[in-house]
Design a binder for this molecule. Structure first.
Ligand code: HEC
Ligand code: HEC
Ligand code: HEC
Length: 413
């Protein structure tokens, strides 16, 4: 309170005017509402330093936590929202626009997400970390507003915003991505130019001499950083990725194997090594590498998922289904695992496939996965029990999809 009151007048932020809880109680402390605590890594409680305003109205729509119901556990978000409406009838915060809506829209694959993110990325009333986060979330898009947001980001004074354009431009064709990111190769901040170099070296085989020349210095710096970190799996894996991009497969394999030797439980090294074997057409080695990884790191869904993809390429479908099932068991919050598991079950059991696809949608909230489930059920709707499920599915889809989509599905029943 003493710190806050240096700038925020205590008379304005008193229990009568602002906190509306008993004086000197926990619920009346500035930090309680504006810096709530979250426990990270199960053992590390930390207070939120972004100093947000409690927004139970957002929780109603997005399922975000809010400090009010963290104490008033028996009350609803609507109740908290109504209490705030009484306390702050002229609020300029409640029911107002918020970046969380744009982030949420992107998570569930909502159509308007790209424009909402591009807007947030350029909104100079937002803090840098929010703008940078919005910029990097533009990765799946390539529209006009995304292009403008990225072009502005690479010129921004904040290095946090500049570096976010590296990830944010991931959806562009190599030629266009080069054009967006090239200015960052000469950035004054080491971390920015090396990140740009590591993203652009991936297109090595398509670059002209002049472009390769522009990469030399920042790539050298990037390699030095990874050499410094070569006692860790990620450092050597990053080195391997550069050698792979430059077509030096032998050296890449050496680095990946070195990564496995120094950090056997780091799943990424196996995934990258296996993927290089895939490019070389060595499918048996792909699979044995992933098997070795699963033994060393049983909790990784990515390794089982990659092993399943390898089995699918070899036409071993039922074995692939087993690995996908295991992937969903070790990482039940990964929608992509549930989705592919569901698709792989289609030929053996439609009800089971439907269950898995439903789980994918529940985890991600992405209506495209709900659509995939409805579409599959419609395909098998000659069976009356499946037709019943298909109708239920389409009714739910109506909440998210335009009428012509659900009409089209109904017509096929
Ligand atoms: C050095 C001065 C200073 C101190 C100390 C300070 N603030 Fe602020 N605070 C500001 C200014 C300036 C703003 C921005 C006002 C604006 O944007 O209109 C602000 C804004 C806020 C906001 C609104 C943020 C938003 O999203 O609109 C909250 C909440 C807040 N402060 C809480 C606190 C708390 C809690 C403390 C003590 C831990 C604290 N402040 C300490 C100066 C300060
Ligand atoms: C019980 C929860 C609670 C506590 C405790 C609390 N606040 Fe707030 N604070 C809020 C809410 C809710 C708002 C948004 C009010 C609105 O919608 O107008 C807010 C808004 C603010 C704002 C932004 C004001 C504006 O007009 O934009 C500042 C600054 C702030 N609080 C500072 C403080 C300080 C300083 C303390 C400690 C003395 C404090 N708050 C304690 C809930 C709390
Ligand atoms: C640290 C725990 C805590 C937090 C956080 C908290 N409250 Fe409370 N709240 C209490 C306690 C304890 C009481 C009863 C004593 C008092 O008024 O301080 C209370 C009383 C109330 C009351 C009046 C009694 C009732 O239940 O109708 C309302 C309304 C209320 N809180 C709303 C809110 C809202 C809205 C927020 C979020 C901005 C909030 N509270 C955050 C602990 C908390």
């Amino acid at each position: 309170e003493a710190v806050c009151s240096q700038c925020h007048l205590p008379t304005n932020f008193s229990p009568e005017n602002h906190t509306f809880h008993d004086k000197d109680s926990e619920a009346s402390k500035c930090t309680t509402c504006h810096m709530p605590e979250t426990t990270y890594m199960q053992v590390d409680p930390r207070r939120d330093h972004s100093w947000q305003i409690p927004r139970p109205d957002l929780s109603t729509h997005l399922g975000t936590p809010n400090v009010c119901t963290s104490c008033h556990e028996d009350q609803t978000n609507e109740w908290a929202s109504e209490s705030l409406a009484k306390w702050f009838p002229n609020s300029k915060h409640q029911n107002q626009q918020h970046f969380a809506v744009a982030f949420y829209a992107a998570e569930i694959g909502y159509q308007g997400a790209e424009d909402a993110l591009a807007y947030t990325a350029q909104d100079n009333t937002q803090r840098e970390i929010i703008r940078a986060s919005a910029t990097s979330r533009l990765a799946p898009y390539q529209g006009k507003n995304t292009t403008v947001a990225l072009a502005r980001a690479v010129k921004h004074d904040s290095e946090l915003i500049r570096v976010s354009a590296v990830q944010g431009s991931a959806g562009f064709e190599p030629k266009d991505r080069w054009q967006i990111l090239a200015p960052l190769l000469e950035d004054k901040v080491l971390g920015v130019r090396t990140e740009a170099a590591s993203a652009l070296v991936v297109y090595w085989s398509e670059l002209n001499e002049q472009q390769k020349q522009a990469l030399v210095k920042p790539l050298q710096e990037y390699m030095e950083i990874q050499e410094f970190n070569s006692d860790r799996g990620f450092g050597r894996t990053n080195l391997g990725n550069v050698y792979r991009a430059q077509g030096n497969y032998e050296q890449a394999i050496k680095e990946y194997k070195g990564a496995i030797a120094v950090e056997p439980y780091f799943a990424n090294s196996y995934v990258n090594l296996a993927d290089l074997y895939r490019v070389q057409g060595k499918e048996p080695q792909v699979f044995s590498t992933l098997e070795q990884g699963i033994k060393a790191q049983p909790k990784s869904g990515a390794l089982r998922y990659s092993a399943a993809l390898s089995l699918l390429r070899q036409g071993k479908n039922s074995q692939a289904t087993q690995y996908l099932q295991q992937a969903t068991e070790v990482e039940p919050d990964n929608a992509q695992y549930w989705y592919l598991y569901g698709l792989s079950l289609e030929s053996t059991s439609v009800p089971q496939a439907s269950k898995a696809l439903d789980r994918a949608f529940r985890v991600s909230g992405n209506p495209q996965q709900l659509y995939a489930r409805c579409e599959m059920l419609v395909k098998y709707s000659k069976d009356p029990s499946i037709e019943f499920q298909a109708r239920q599915c389409i009714t739910e889809l109506e909440k998210y999809a335009p009428p012509e989509v659900t009409k089209g599905l109904r017509a096929k029943l």
